[in-house]
Write a new protein. Sequence first.
Length: 263
Amino acid sequence: MKNLQDRVAIVTGSSSGVGAATAELLASEGCRVLINYNSNEAGAQKTAAACAAVGGENIIVKGNVAEDADCRAMAEAALSQWGRIDILVNNAGTTKFVEHSDLDGLDAADFQRIYGVNVIGAFQMIRAVAPAMKKLEGGGAVVNVASTAGVTGIGSSVAYAASKGAMVTMTLSLARALGPSMRINAVCPGFIAGDWLLEGLGEEQYKKVMDFNISNAPLGATATPESVADGILSFITGSQIVTGETMMLDGGRHLTMAPLTRR
């Protein structure tokens, strides 16, 4: 879909970071945007104001994507408000910061919680919007926000990396199963500058990891919420014959991948 004027997008986890940047970018392109949050209502209100400032009509819906009823409620809210769903960005995600060598740092509940949001939640959202997208002339577009962790096995924890790997595989499976009425692709950001990793790593480790990634990336840069949003938009408005693809958004860091261990 080249022209996004009056198209309808759902962006999960859009109260901050990549989700907020994506919602604002889509709004600036003429999209009507459903802004979703689970706990950060103030952030969702801020995203809504940013969307409105660029002329984007929007609504805010609270919901936890790990709950199927909440996923279906988001789809119903968009349909009730605007009568269609053209775009889904599965951005909602969670993690636990644990060294990969610390096997006792994760338990079954950690894996279940992380998979519940990062994998099951994305699946449930795709299932919730599928009936509406299948009615569209030209079909709908889904972009899953995975991670380079899912490709390289490096990330905030083993559970997180495994969940993002599962998300990449699910992108392939559903792109095959749901075409031609839905195009499903994934973006894989590397280190993303911003509050989420800052809070998870702490200021000292955050700066160390960011500097390490920048200095080891061929482009000498790392991802930002805005650059990831640009990648997401390119899957939505770019070639309409692309599906089941994964885009690495890390300044080429995966080409020289080696983990930074804490010392």
